[in-house]
Design a protein around this ligand. Structure first.
Ligand code: ATP
Ligand code: MG
Length: 323
């Protein structure tokens, strides 16, 4: 659990990065408490990697500042660098080296002495479930193993603060879950984790989130707070005998901005969707469908983010009226 008395692990203040006249990051501010997992979400090109690179001191901000573990990144880079771990978006394992050779390589990069390297290698191999695969070539590892080895390389030197840029992209759900179990273990041991992801189930697992769009943070808080406060419109959940058959009928009503299938249920979104509850029930029953429930519900994170992105793409639409 984060210690409320400890200084924030990350403080980003009004970070801006312009490439020419284009602002890739346009005034980003947030704080991450120590020992927590912070999720950074946003569509492709939103500015996630650029923000991480500024936080790590790899890219100079056009404006703004960042503190990591209390150190000013711009002025005290070397002091803080030892305490940082980074798994980049296109993480760099050496494909032609074995698992153990990759660990040795990174251990040397971090300047670990022989005894410590040995101890840390044993820990990482066990943590990542890679015992017995030490001599396997990295290029022959399945995606989930590669990811865990890359995480292992990033934490060999026991960093207090870990940056993971889309660490589970393209990996199957079971491997993703195993990877997140490792992240929880690291956070419980006191590490702070900053992770970018496109997966909503992973976003749900973070203590706090920031959602970035076109270089700006448009929603910030715990997953629950974001669902409670950032939905643009009301969400109805329809449970009926045949959700698939209900979809075209609900679309035809033309009362909703969004009609989406959620497993065996349908979510409907509109500014005053709750007013439509009797009409929805009536219309589906008139078409011969047995309706079990039509309720206003808390949106899913996906509902929230789609509503936010849509409102940006079409800002003069009806949704803007409820902003
Ligand atoms: N060196 C650069 N020069 C010019 N533009 C850049 C540079 N680096 C990034 N950009 C642009 O800045 C924007 C943000 O890029 P960034 O890589 O931070 O996005 P991202 O949120 O990480 O996206 P993804 O989910 O695809 O990884 C993009 O439009 C990108 O093309
Ligand atoms: Mg990126």
């Amino acid at each position: 659990m984060p210690d409320p008395a400890a200084p924030a692990a990350i403080v980003a203040r009004d970070l801006v990065k312009r490439f020419g006249s284009f602002a890739a990051v346009d005034g980003v501010t947030f704080e991450v408490p120590q020992g927590s997992i912070f999720g950074f979400l946003g569509p492709n090109g939103a500015g996630k990697t650029t923000t991480i690179r500024m936080l790590l001191g790899l890219l100079q901000p056009t404006a703004g500042s960042a503190l990591l573990l209390g150190y000013d990144v711009a002025r005290e880079t070397l002091a803080v660098r030892r305490q940082l771990g980074y798994m980049s978006q296109k993480f760099s394992l050496y494909r032609d080296l074995t698992v153990e050779e990759n660990l040795d390589f990174y251990g040397r990069v971090y300047g670990l002495r022989r005894e410590r390297l040995k101890r840390r290698k044993t820990y990482v191999l066990e943590m990542a479930g890679l015992e017995g695969r030490e001599r396997q070539l990295t290029r022959d590892l399945a995606g989930g193993w590669k990811q865990r080895l890359a995480l292992g390389c990033a934490i060999l030197h026991e960093p207090a603060l870990l940056f993971l840029d889309e660490p589970t992209a393209g990996v199957d759900p079971i491997s993703r879950r195993a990877f997140w179990d490792l992240l929880y273990e690291l956070a419980e041991a006191g590490a702070t984790i900053f992770v970018t992801t496109h997966y909503m189930d992973e976003a749900e697992r973070c203590r706090d989130l920031a959602f970035i769009l076109d270089g700006r943070v448009i929603a910030q808080g715990s997953p629950h707070e974001i669902k409670r406060t950032k939905m643009r419109g009301q969400v109805l959940e329809v449970t009926c005998d045949n959700a698939r058959a209900a979809m075209p009928i609900l679309r035809e009503m033309a009362a909703f901005d969004e009609v989406a299938l959620y497993g065996s249920r349908v979510h409907l979104v509109a500014p005053d969707a709750a007013d439509e509850i009797p009409a929805v029930r009536h219309r589906l029953e008139a078409e011969g469908l047995a309706v079990h429930a039509v309720d206003e519900v808390l949106p899913s994170l996906e509902d929230v983010f789609i509503s936010q992105v849509r409102a940006r793409i079409n800002p003069v639409g009806e949704l803007e009226a409820i902003a």
